[in-house]
Write a protein that binds this ligand. Structure first.
Ligand code: NAI
Length: 248
């Protein structure tokens, strides 16, 4: 499996799963555009690691994925800098957990704006490029919560279920043009997002995982890399669980 000569956009790539995905794609030879929200230093460190791992070129771009026009400017900049875009990984995401009967409207809107609209924004601007170029690979990071629902995460689960709807619909629209669109649905992965959970919630999650361990960002990155590769050319519109069996 190699991605030599391909250029990948990875959103939310300055830490966690996004950083692991950027580094895995880099290790397969891809050029990587590291899209980040706030931390230029962390994004620069991920770019440096990508170059060490084998990326011919890695560059950081600050962009709020929820901003349609900013996403267009960013995609245009990546295309100008690298000469094209071949792979898109929509990974940026947030959670604002709480029970629905008392959920603040702002917490619903914020999660949908980043997770669902942000994914749409990159799909919208990149899919046109892929169609024009005659091919491309898209991987959207959903969640097991988007498949099964999760108490206390109605906003998050709705946004992640929406990503599955985007994935399957776009997959149908572009499959005949050599563009694949798949989703990965991680379970509980050891990152800042799950470290923010209470000890009790983490233990409850762990007890439901058949593999009896939290996932690592690299576990998700490996699935993304496969779906981004030529080896996965006949797989589209799928939701691949990377969850240690929590959804069984
Ligand atoms: P994280 O919180 O470490 O990383 C999220 C990344 O998204 C950060 O780099 C953050 O800066 C970026 N981001 C947030 N809002 C943004 C915006 N408006 N514009 C640009 N970037 C923005 O969390 P983690 O765990 O690495 O999550 C990555 C993805 O995986 C998310 O979509 C998350 O929902 C999903 N996921 C994570 C799971 C887990 O157990 N950690 C389980 C299932 C899905």
């Amino acid at each position: 499996m190699n991605l030599n000569g391909k250029t990948a956009i990875v959103t939310g790539a300055s830490r966690g799963i996004g950083a692991a995905v950027a580094e895995r794609l880099a290790s397969l030879g891809a050029n990587v555009a590291v899209i980040y929200a706030g931390s230029a230093e962390r994004a620069a460190a991920v770019c440096a690691r990508c170059r060490e791992l084998g990326s011919a070129a890695a560059r950081a771009y600050q962009c709020d994925v929820a901003d349609f026009d900013a996403v267009k400017r960013t995609v245009d900049a990546v295309r100008a800098d690298f000469g094209g875009v071949d792979l898109l990984v929509n990974n940026a995401g947030v959670n604002r957990d709480g029970l629905l009967p008392t959920m603040r409207e702002a917490d619903f809107d914020a999660v949908v704006a980043v997770n669902l609209k942000g994914t749409f924004n990159f799909l919208r601007h990149c899919s046109r490029l892929f169609l024009r170029a005659g091919g491309g690979r898209i991987v959207n990071i959903s969640s097991v919560a988007g498949v099964t629902g999760n108490a206390g995460q109605a906003n998050y689960a709705a946004s992640k279920a929406g990503i599955i709807g985007l994935t399957k619909s776009l997959a149908r629209e572009v499959a005949s043009r050599n563009v694949t669109v798949n989703a990965v649905a991680p379970g509980f992965i050891d990152t800042d997002m799950t470290r923010a959970m209470s000890e009790k919630a983490r233990e409850a999650a762990l007890s439901r995982i058949a593999s009896k361990r939290l996932g690592r960002p690299e576990d998700v990155a490996n699935a993304v890399a496969f779906l981004a590769s030529d080896a996965a050319g006949y797989i589209t519109g799928q939701v691949i669980g990377v969850d240690g069996g929590i959804s069984l």
